[in-house]
Design a protein around this ligand. Structure first.
Ligand code: PDD
Length: 287
């Protein structure tokens, strides 16, 4: 059986799934999204992603397309129909379909909803995590509301492409003061020479990562100290370890920044341990 997508109330074969040409997500980037990691066919960090979805929609004055309870049923059904145990679920909600006009449609239209599910080979992902990844830095050039998880991802896509062309896996945006804000699709962390962790605070113009949030709990329970303050790429290179977090990357060690090794240039014990602890937590609490 092939992949199944959900589009505006219907489950359809992935290859036949389509949205209207005047969907405002397509024409104006007027929509938001969420990505859930799937463990054993269940949604990881479900509550955090639902809460952020509701917040992103509310900040853009788009209504929730259905209740959280109904949406949970639809998301689970999408996972079930795709027979995916380990993978990612993508949900997109746009303001809906209307004749092209920058201002909101009046009267309001129904939000448009798309869901896709991707399976992944967890063993292959773990093998990659065990090697660590490289990141490149790129000037921060995004708008001032990166706390909203919008589908307007052009700067993120360009940054990710820059990383790929340099043989790296992620790009870190660097603000005008020289501090890392976050990754193109992840939050950024270092483990300093004093053993303290550091990640940017969420008053900065970054996404409030759900994985970041859960990992902060895991870290504190593990007895490690965290400073929520910014760091520079140079500090990352001088650090013992670095890593990124996100629903796609989970906790992924970073071994090089702009081609320069982080610490001794190998995957370190803290990032590896936090990856294991995060996955255990996410698996145990998935719904
Ligand atoms: N990206 N920062 C940005 C810019 C992101 O796009 C993401 C997630 C994160 C991490 O957030 P979370 O821990 O809630 O996944 C931080 C998703 C996975 C994506 O775009 O595919």
């Amino acid at each position: 059986m092939g992949r199944i997508a959900y589009v505006n109330g219907r489950f359809v074969p992935h290859g036949e799934a389509c949205v209207h040409i005047e969907d405002r997500g397509y024409q104006l980037g007027d929509g938001v999204y969420e990505v859930w990691a799937l463990f054993d066919g269940k949604l990881a960090d479900a509550e955090g992603h639902f809460a952020r979805l509701e917040r992103s929609l509310s900040e853009l004055s788009i209504r929730m397309p259905m209740s959280r309870a109904a949406l949970t049923i639809v998301l689970r059904e999408a996972v079930r129909r795709n027979k995916v145990r380990e993978g990612l679920l993508y949900l997109q909600v746009t303001r809906g379909v209307a004749r092209r006009d920058h201002a909101f449609p009046n009267p309001e239209v129904k939000p448009a909803v798309v869901i896709t599910v991707n399976g992944l080979d967890r063993a292959a992902v773990e093998a990659r995590a065990a090697k660590g990844i490289g990141v490149v830095t790129t000037p921060e050039n995004r708008w001032g509301r990166c706390d909203i998880k919008t589908v307007g991802l052009l700067p993120n896509a360009l940054a990710k492409q820059k990383a790929r062309e340099a043989g790296a896996s992620e790009a870190w945006f660097v603000d005008e003061l020289g501090f890392v804000t976050e990754g193109a699709s992840s939050n950024a962390w270092i483990v300093g020479q004093d053993g303290r962790l550091r990640t940017r605070d969420t008053n900065a113009n970054i996404l409030r990562g759900v994985t970041r949030h859960t990992l902060l709990d895991v870290i504190r329970e593990d007895g490690l100290e965290v400073d929520e303050r910014p760091f520079t790429p140079e500090e990352a290179v001088q650090a013992r370890e670095a890593f990124i977090t996100g629903a796609g990357s989970l906790v992924l060690p970073v071994i090089a920044v702009d081609g320069r090794p982080v610490g001794d240039g190998a995957v370190g014990p803290v990032a590896s341990r936090l990856r294991r602890l995060y996955i255990e937590r996410a698996r145990a609490t998935a719904i």
